[in-house]
Design a protein around this ligand. Structure first.
Ligand code: GDP
Length: 179
């Protein structure tokens, strides 16, 4: 496999779960209180190097991170949005039951639009800083993740907890499959 790789990842999940803030934190390293939800699609780029656990080979990865509009555009995402996507961050808000319930619908959406055998997903419970308002327990999220055989991670875009780790987890799954 070539040492230079272009990979397309999508952040998907209900409006308001923090997809834009997570990607901003990851790519730009900051947190901007965002008032208007993302309309349409936002694309960000990040280059990084990745070392294979198997072979110790170093890859230069060019990540394209796509951010979706949320629930208001549910089922209206076009196939071009999913085209060539290798990995999905399935984001929900730990303080929102609905956003967690809807992850199942987002997975269905992925399965009907993407080549599901060729994609990896990581379940991301965001807003871990709001622990006193938490509704989705870690055990419940882990059980769901196990059902779908995906990894689970809890993040806070606000406090910069596990944000890079969530993308790296997804990257590792994708690379393990590709290598
Ligand atoms: P999106 O619609 O999924 O892209 O969500 P946004 O990134 O626009 O975030 C929705 C709201 O949640 C905004 O008011 C953010 O400031 C807030 N938010 C995002 N991430 C976090 C987080 O980790 N912790 C807290 N407390 N708020 C967050």
């Amino acid at each position: 496999m070539d040492n230079d790789l272009d990979l397309k990842f999508l952040a998907i999940g209900d409006s308001g779960v923090g997809k834009t803030c997570l990607l901003n934190r990851y790519v730009e390293g900051n947190f901007n209180e965002k008032l208007a939800p993302t309309v349409g699609i936002d694309i960000r780029d990040k280059s990084l190097s990745y070392k294979s656990n198997e072979t110790n080979k170093i890859f230069n990865i060019h990540l394209q991170l796509w951010d979706t509009a949320g629930q208001e555009r549910f089922r209206s995402l076009t196939s071009s949005f999913f085209r060539d996507a290798m990995g999905f961050l399935l984001v929900f808000d730990l303080t929102s039951e609905t956003s967690f319930i809807n992850v199942r619908n987002w997975i269905t959406e992925i399965q009907s639009n993407a080549y599901s055998e060729n994609v990896d997903m990581v379940l991301v419970g965001n807003k871990s800083d709001l622990n006193d308002q938490r509704i989705i327990s870690k055990a419940r999220a882990l059980e769901f993740a196990a059902q779908y055989q995906v990894d689970y991670i809890e993040t806070s875009a606000l406090n910069n907890i596990n944000v890079g780790e969530s993308v790296e987890l997804l990257l590792r799954s994708v690379m393990n499959r590709l290598e």
